[in-house]
Design a protein around this ligand. Sequence first.
Ligand code: FCB
Length: 453
Amino acid sequence: MPVDPAAFPPDFRWGAATASYQIEGAAHEDGRGESVWDRFSATPGKVRNGDTGEVACDFYHRFAGDVGLMADLGLDAFRFSIAWPRVLPEGRGRVNQAGLDFYDRLVDELLAHEIEPFATLFHWDTPQALEDAGGWPVRETAEAFAEYAEIVAARLGDRVRHWMTHNEPWVYAWIGHSWGDHAPGRTSEPDAVAAAHHLLLSHGWAVEAIRRAAPGAQVGITLSLSHAYAASDTPEDEAAAWEIDGGTNRWFLDPIFRGAYPADLLERNKLVAPLVHDGDLEAMGAPLDFLGVNYYFRHVVSAGADGPRLVRDPEAPQTDMGWEVYPDGLHALLTRLAEEYAPPAIYVTENGAAFGDVRVHDGRVHDPERTAYLQSHVTAVGRAVAAGVPVKGYFVWSLLDNFEWAHGYAKRFGIVYIDYPTLERVPKDSFYWYRDFIGSRPRQPAPAPVAAG
Ligand code: FCB
């Protein structure tokens, strides 16, 4: 069923998302400090093929051309992240004006093309100096983040209205600190719990700091959320699904919207309790203007002998990441968030798919699976909007093919193909689909004339 742009309100924002380390390159330029991802990707065996973000898409130098592409696409909004070590090379203290200048130029370029900037303050590139001083498992890193947030908001807050403190704290805390597959590559569950607590705490502090520095700012956080389905309706599978939901979704949603960690996760509560100071939960629960939702797949969970097990239907369609394509999971998630957590607004801040794209003899990149993925997920969002869920915008992940963390450049999520040897940009067929879709929506009503006198 083709998705109907008229199903969305006229002020719904259509966007695309990116992240600093994944696209910028220029890792040593203009005083940028080292980040944990520089260190991790330079460590043999950590990233596929030894890939690093040294050059990436070279967005740092090519951003004006890329904003031109966004304008051709007809984007209303662009979500990007700010590299903390460009702004504070040592993480705290000395501010590197040249780093701030880059984001200043980017924001001006976006606004010159009537594209609204949506800025994320932390998309995983912690300054290495802070990691060396203990990283997110220590409370001082949360203090440093609040200082950084205030510095950036003071510089850009006259033009950037939408701010996200963090991107996917679950992924950064667990994949980076317990599983060891992402920077900083730790393998300790207590470190993951401590990192998550300080990420949440720093989020709350940063909300205050941003509002202080940029009055009128719309402030939120982006979470990775996967609706958890029980593999069957047995009580065991239902309980297993609830546990997975707790570990990934509720561990973040509950403190943010209810001011408490979910009580049912006993082991985790034991680990976090000594870290929770008076006032932490109040800070973490600071009222937000919006929730950012990143959705890629659902979880299907059954009860195994050693705890919950994620199961997969081998017949189900999947992307090049091995992630199941399941658009209804996005609809279910959005509906549930509205019912149970009632955020004032929701933005789908990431949704998209990797496929093994190739540039063929006609010079183009035909990616019908990605177009189908985007269409079906946009349709799911439209159903949620029709049901009254306050979704205000949708951002495709990603504008450009980019450095996909531990997968390096092997996974392509862009609606624009990057020919890495030349860094040429080639819009894929999905780009043209998105452009036609955005272009075919009903026109915004003209603003009412302002009465004179
Ligand atoms: C999300 C990340 C984003 C990208 C996509 C595929 O978890 O926020 O940077 O890697 O997955």
